[in-house]
Structure formats: structure tokens, C-alpha cells
Design a protein. Structure first.
Length: 582
């Protein structure tokens, strides 16, 4: 349960019913109707500035009286006095803001409870208990009506979530009457139809459940020209055959395809957000670790799908979307899987719609490989790639996360988690190892594995070996655990010109270089050099800072130098061309 306290006093601000406010149990006089509307118009956007124009329109509509602004100032002044400093109504550039803890406002407590609830029947019940009637009771006008309709939709969605949660834990018969009434008011709602069919089946009324399906299908076809969706048809088939999962609780298969979580996980204090997140960075930077760390959170009751798309791997052949979709559909319990890619993609969107599920598309090569694998509905998606995927950002509103090397403190924490007391025993050697590994989690992990295989060897000896042999000291017969191999996979998608440019930039002196300097070294006009650098940046091989200077990470630089098959020689306009480079 929530407790809401501010400045030593209990504050309750209520919008989900009659507009009220209380301080230490004492009702606050919110004044006449328009003054109450001013307060509500600020409270629905607590801690966000509402412009004077928007506030005026919310209170008086599109045609406010000529003294509306003066009256607005009077209302605000009265409200400040009424609250006596328990909450702040502040003036900000261009508007006003109600400054208060979001937990003071019942609407925001409802939203947070619903967001955290997942499949929790008690939390969803607690969230809905905050509703005391029609939201914004007592307010009239176009804004109040529109806001009231929007809030009703939020309540309706929460009620559907609660019904799903109750059905998942095996309830049924006690929901029939309520679901029947709601379906009569929304006859085309397939989610409600599924809920009622399952509730009827659970209460031993299989014939009625099938009758509901046929009635809904007839209505959809005759009035909208649509067939029922895949999930509704699938439930119909399961009821026909008496599928045991309908009694056990959750309908359909719940896939759990994730590899083991990284243990322990250090650093990367980045929160997962709903929707699509595209994580980009160099090979070995920890993209998959972050994705798995997110995906193993207990937030996805309807399943976890995972696929390694082999965009950058020892096989050299990216996985086709059709193959990846076959694995997803099989994991979701699909029966006959179509051969056509577009049909598989459509089936996957249908089967994933309405699920609270995460889909991890690891090691993608480009957006074209990813788009057919995007699920429907409210699923969370995490895509990892060495390439930045602007197509996902532009066309699918993905959030782009660009991973940097671990800072020294997090690199040390990773070594401590793997090597324990040996880290504290050799602080100088550990400092050297952290610097030589450059904050790359894979380099630190390979090094830790080598050290654990040789518990009697000093960490200083590993640091000396790494200085002397370079990345060869982090090689392994297993390509996935060999840092040189992992880094080399990035080159396979580069053109010869891009490979040569990357080698030349790695051989250049200094920590970074300007566009002009790079153009001179590459023997290219500036616009052509910029295009090549942009492609290397896209592939996470080159980074550009705010000063428009380019740099190659030390580990990538050392790998490129080791892989080069010729040395640079001065010539007019840049380096002598190489017949083969890393």
C-alpha cells in the first residue's frame, strides 16, 4: 500500500471520482466549478508545466472570456492559499505547474500500480480500488469530457488486465456474468470474447463458449467484413479438443528461450523501457550481456523469446528471418507453420499480440533482418548489433542505446566478481590489466578465465604477457571466447576501401584525428572521407566526439595493427595501398 506524505503532513489529491483534496484528513476548499477545473487541469499533469494557453482552454474552451487570464490568476492565488504550502502551484516559463509527489495523486498511484502489477491479481485489484466513480466528477466542458473518456479507457484496460490475471490463475465461473455484460456493450472486442469463452469453458459450459465464438465471428464478418484474429481462432480450436492447458491456467505455450543470465552482471546502469530498444556497440562490448540482464527480469509472464541472428559470427552467414520465425512460432505452440516469410511474420504478430512478452533479437546485421521479426501488440523488443540501426529508430520509434567501454570502477568490479581476493592482492597489476583490456567486458572475462585456470600464476604475469603479445594473449580455440576472432567478425561486412581506411586510421599517431587529417591520410576528398568515416561509425569501429574528431578504441586499434599485412609508407595524398589488410 502507498503512504503519501509531504512536508510532515498527509496529502491526498483525488481525480478518480469526485474532485477532492485533503490535508491530514481535512478537506481542502477547491472553490467554485471553474476554480476546481483549474486545479484538476494542473493535477492531471502534476510536475509538468501547463502553458497559460492550454490551461485557459481547459477551463473555458476555445472561446474564453476577455478577462479569462485575470480570472485565472485569481483562481491560482486562491488555490495557493487553500493548500497553505502543502503543495506548490508554481509559475514557470510560459505556464504553471502543480509541484507534488506523484504518489499524492490517485491517478498516478493507479498508473504506477498497474505498471508494476504484471499478472498480480492483488496489485491490479488495489489499483482499481482507487476509482471512486466517474473520473473528474463535477467538471463540465470539452476538455473535461475528453479527459474523462481517456481515463475511462485506462480503467477499462486495467479491468481487462485483471480479468486476464484471474483467468491465468484458474478462475472462470465467477467472471461469466460481468464479462457477458461487458461483451454485450462491446460486441466486436476479441479480447473480451476470448475471456468470456474461457470463463464459460472453465465453468463447464463448453457449448456456450463455442456459441459465443460463432456469434462474434458472424458479427465481425457481416458488419465489418473481418475474420476473427488468430488468438481467438486458436482458443476456439483448443476448446473443441478440450486442451488441458485451458484448465491449468494460461492459454497457449509460454516460451522460455533465454540463455542463462550473465552472472554476475556489473555496470550498465541503463533501464529497459517498453517498445523497441536497439543496442549497438563494438564486438565484445557487452551488448548481449545487457540484453539478457534485462530479459531475465521478472516482468514478462507471457514468455521470453531469444534468437542469435548470427549477423557477426564465425559462420559468416546471417540467419534468415524465416528460420528465426520458425523457432519463435514453434516456441509459441503454433501448429502448422506456413512456408512463406510474410505469412510467418503475420502469424507471429497475431500470436504475440496482447502478450506481455520480451523478444531478444541478438547479433543482428541490419534492420531488414529484424523488421519481419517484430511482434505485435505490447511486447518488449531488444535488438543488439554491431551496426547502428537507424531504420528501426526512424520507422519503428526504437530507442537507440550506444554502449561504451566499462569505466575503470566497473571493470574492477567485474574482475573482483571473477577472481575474488586476487584483485586486492595485486592492485598495480589489476590497474594495468584494466587499462590493457580497455573496458571491454569480453576481454576482461577471457582474461579472468585464463587466470582462474592458473590459480598459482600472478596477475602481474598476465599483464606482462598481454603487453608483450597483445591480443594474441586473449586468443582461444573457441571462436566465441577468442577476442581476436570476435573482433575480426566486424570486418566481414566492410568493403575493401572501408577495411583499408580502418587500418590506416588505426596506424595514425595520436588519440584522435580530424576529418581533414583523415582525408589527407586516406588520400580522399573530404566529402568521400566523411562518407567512409560515417560507415565505420555505423559499424561501431570508429567513434566521433562532440568536437567532430574521430578515434579508434585502443583494443580495436591494436587488433587492426596486428592484422595488417603491410606497413604504411609515405606517399602523395596518404599511405601506400595495401594488397591485404586486417
Amino acid at each position: 500500500m502507498y503512504e503519501y506524505w509531504g512536508w510532515g503532513m498527509g496529502v491526498e489529491l483525488c481525480l478518480l471520482g469526485e474532485i477532492t483534496a485533503r490535508i491530514d484528513g481535512r478537506a481542502v476548499d477547491l472553490g467554485p466549478a471553474r476554480q476546481r477545473c483549474v486545479w484538476a487541469a494542473l493535477a492531471v499533469d502534476v510536475n509538468r508545466v501547463v502553458s497559460v494557453e492550454a490551461l485557459t482552454e481547459r477551463v473555458w474552451g476555445e472561446h474564453p472570456p476577455w478577462r479569462a487570464r485575470a480570472t485565472l490568476l485569481t483562481y491560482l492565488s486562491r488555490l495557493r492559499r487553500a493548500f497553505g504550502g502543502a503543495v506548490e502551484i508554481g509559475r514557470r516559463s510560459g505556464g504553471y505547474v502543480l509541484v507534488a509527489e506523484e504518489s499524492f495523486v490517485d491517478l498516478f498511484r493507479f498508473r504506477e500500480l498497474r505498471a508494476r502489477a504484471g499478472d498480480s491479481v492483488p496489485m491490479l485489484t488495489e489499483a482499481l480500488a482507487l476509482w471512486q466513480g466517474e473520473p473528474l466528477t463535477g467538471l463540465t466542458g470539452r476538455w473535461a469530457e475528453a479527459e474523462r473518456d481517456r481515463l475511462r479507457q485506462e480503467r477499462l484496460a486495467a479491468e481487462r488486465d485483471l480479468d486476464d490475471a484471474r483467468l491465468r490463475v484458474g478462475q472462470g465461473g465467477e467472471l461469466v456474468a460481468d464479462l457477458s455484460g461487458r461483451l454485450s456493450r462491446s460486441p466486436f472486442d476479441e479480447r473480451l470474447t476470448r475471456q468470456l469463452m474461457l470463463a464459460l469453458y472453465r465453468s463447464g459450459r463448453q457449448v456456450e463458449a463455442l456459441r459465443i465464438f460463432h456469434r462474434t465471428r458472424r458479427s465481425l464478418v457481416e458488419e465489418l467484413g473481418l475474420d476473427p484474429g488468430h488468438e481467438l481462432r486458436q482458443l476456439h480450436e483448443q476448446i473443441l479438443v478440450g486442451a488441458p492447458g485451458l484448465i491449468a491456467g494460461r492459454v497457449g505455450t509460454v516460451p522460455r528461450q533465454l540463455p542463462a543470465a550473465p552472472a554476475p552482471f556489473v555496470g550498465r546502469r541503463i533501464e529497459l523501457t517498453p517498445g523497441i530498444t536497439a543496442v549497438a556497440g563494438a564486438g565484445g562490448i557487452g551488448k548481449t550481456w545487457l540484453a539478457l540482464h534485462w530479459a531475465h527480469a521478472d516482468l514478462f509472464p507471457d514468455g521470453q523469446l531469444f534468437v542469435d541472428l548470427h549477423g557477426f559470427s564465425s559462420s559468416g552467414r546471417p540467419m534468415s528471418p524465416a528460420v528465426a520465425l520458425h523457432g519463435f512460432l514453434d516456441g509459441l505452440g503454433a501448429g502448422r507453420i506456413p512456408a512463406d516469410l510474410h505469412a510467418r511474420s503475420a502469424m507471429f504478430r497475431s500470436m504475440s499480440a496482447g502478450r506481455r512478452m520480451i523478444v531478444v533479437l541478438d547479433n543482428a546485421v541490419d534492420a531488414a533482418q529484424v523488421v519481419p521479426l517484430l511482434p505485435g501488440g505490447t511486447c518488449t523488443v531488444v535488438v543488439t548489433s554491431r551496426n547502428r540501426l537507424p531504420g528501426l529508430v526512424t520507422a519503428h520509434n526504437a530507442r537507440q542505446v550506444l554502449l561504451e567501454p566499462l569505466p575503470a570502477a566497473d571493470a574492477r568490479a567485474l574482475l573482483v566478481s571473477r577472481l575474488g581476493g586476487r584483485v586486492a592482492a595485486e592492485p598495480a597489476a589489476v590497474d594495468a590489466l584494466i587499462e590493457l583490456c580497455g573496458g571491454f567486458p569480453l576481454a576482461l572475462s577471457v582474461l579472468s578465465g585464463l587466470a582462474r585456470d592458473r590459480p598459482d600464476a600472478s596477475l602481474a604475469s598476465f599483464a606482462a604477457d598481454l603487453r608483450e603479445r597483445g591480443l594474441a594473449a586473449l586468443d582461444s580455440e573457441d571462436p566465441a571466447a577468442s577476442l581476436p576472432d570476435v573482433l575480426s567478425w566486424s570486418y566481414r561486412h566492410l568493403t575493401a576501401a572501408e577495411t583499408r581506411a580502418f587500418t590506416v586510421l588505426s596506424l595514425a599517431p595520436g588519440p584522435d584525428i580530424s576529418l581533414l587529417g583523415a582525408a589527407v591520410l586516406l588520400g580522399l576528398p573530404q566529402h568521400e572521407a566523411r562518407a567512409v568515416l560515417r560507415r565505420l561509425e555505423h559499424a561501431s569501429l570508429v567513434a566521433r566526439d562532440t568536437r567532430d574528431r574521430y578515434r579508434v578504441h585502443d583494443l580495436l586499434r591494436r587488433h587492426a595493427i596486428a592484422a595488417a599485412r603491410c606497413l604504411p609508407a609515405p606517399r602523395q595524398g596518404g599511405f601506400r595501398p595495401c594488397s591485404r589488410t586486417g
